[in-house]
Design a protein around this ligand. Structure first.
Ligand code: SAH
Ligand code: SF4
Ligand code: F3S
Length: 375
């Protein structure tokens, strides 16, 4: 029996696909990279922008012919698209060859759902919400010498453009003890040189099993583990990164001198409308502090252009911020309207041509900065 997985979206999804792989291998499936050969295909979807959804829809739609040729092939759809009620229902209706829809909260029931599908031979739609962290899920790691480790799930921030809090639920931190045990196992097996801690907002980590077990404390405890490994983490929300974390980033040899610190916009007016809870000045204050402490820090960021109401002047503020920080890498996105978010109904939505122009300008700036730095 063979499986394959098609993954869209962020590192969180990449790691979750490793868990899907682990669960499938546990029930007797082996990996193939061929959709034709696979007995089960799992699509791990992303809902962050319309483009990501369209790519998933196109990929799933293409399977119609394959399913016709082999009706026993199981097609399962997981990930963030399945946690949006209307989208999940539409998927199930539009593509009658989808056998299983499983949500982000109950992903871990996939083996049970596969069994149910096989025994009862009926289509399954299961995206119930759960408020619990699920431990001891088998993982089949695929990211070379890097091992991903989730430290928290969900997000409480509700940036006005973002779908993540709706599809991933509220923040839930894993127990510090469970995280440390996973790290110990990763280090002792000898296959990995790097651990990357994952969470939508790692700086608001709060250990449910330790008093004062904040993110800085977790970083310190992982660095104290024996073994030769490097540690890094993502993503840091600028409003929550503490002096203590910056201090540890500077002083611990095991932590890579790199930080992904998404700014989204260089205009305080737009940041406010985005509900980011920091100003341009505060962001730059943090950047200066970090650069003073760690002059060789590798700083990267995310930027959204064309958020509703973004004027030429606001966009210029973003450009001047980029010019000042001189990032080592920029992920620039055109704002994409997400159903159910606050920004969906904001006035002054920006036309695509302007978004396009602005995103290209940022990519050009990034190139110039990298050229000057010799990257
Ligand atoms: N939790 C992380 C980001 C997760 S989403 C953080 O807060 O930084 C990754 C990136 O996608 C975001 O940083 C943002 O730049 C982008 N993004 C999110 N929603 C978007 C939308 N509706 N349109 C365009 N880009 C978006
Ligand atoms: Fe989305 Fe904001 Fe949460 Fe990041 S912090 S996942 S951008 S709501
Ligand atoms: Fe990640 Fe996309 Fe979901 S960015 S959290 S897979 S919406």
């Amino acid at each position: 029996m063979l499986y394959t997985i098609v993954t869209f979206g962020c590192q969180m999804n990449v790691h979750e696909s490793e868990k899907i792989a682990g669960m499938l291998e546990n029930i007797g499936y082996s990996y193939t990279d061929s959709k034709e050969a696979a007995d089960i295909i799992v699509f791990n979807t992303c809902a962050i922008r319309e483009g990501a959804e369209d790519r998933a829809l196109g990929n799933i739609g293409n399977l119609k012919r394959m399913k016709k040729a082999n009706p026993n092939k199981i097609i399962a759809v997981a990930g963030c698209m399945t946690q949006q009620k209307q989208i999940a229902e539409k998927l199930f209706k539009t593509f009658p060859f989808i056998d299983i829809i499983v949500g982000t909260h109950n992903l871990y029931s996939l083996p049970i759902l596969i069994k149910e599908k096989q025994e009862k031979n009926k289509r399954i739609f299961s995206n119930v919400e759960s408020g619990e962290v699920c431990e001891n899920v088998p993982v089949s790691r695929t990211s070379g010498e890097n091992a991903w480790v989730n430290i928290m799930y969900g997000c409480n921030n509700f940036c006005t453009y973002c779908i993540v809090p709706y599809v991933r639920g509220r923040e839930m931190s894993r127990k510090k003890e469970d995280i440390l045990n996973e790290c110990k196992n990763i280090i002792s097996c000898g296959k990995y040189k790097q651990i990357t801690l994952l969470g939508q907002n790692v700086n608001s980590y709060h250990a449910p099993d330790y008093e004062n077990g904040n993110f800085a404390d977790l970083l310190k405890s992982i660095c104290r583990l024996d073994g030769d490994f490097k540690l890094t983490f993502m993503t840091s929300h600028p409003k929550d990164i503490s002096d203590e974390v910056i201090e540890i980033l500077a002083s611990e040899d095991k932590i890579l001198k790199e930080l992904h610190l998404p700014v989204q916009s260089g205009s305080t007016k737009i940041l406010k409308a985005m509900n980011r809870k920091y100003t341009r000045e505060h962001y730059l204050y943090i950047v200066d502090k970090i650069k003073n402490k760690i002059p060789n820090i590798r700083l990267t960021t995310d930027i959204i252009v064309g958020f509703p109401g973004e004027t030429e002047e606001d966009f210029n503020d973003t450009c001047s911020l980029i010019e000042y920080v001189k990032y080592d890498g920029i992920f620039a996105f055109m704002y994409s309207k997400r159903s159910g978010t606050v920004a969906e109904n904001m006035p002054n939505q920006i036309p695509d041509e302007i978004k396009n122009f602005r995103v290209n300008k940022i990519l050009e700036m990034e190139k110039q900065i990298q050229k000057k730095k010799g990257i």
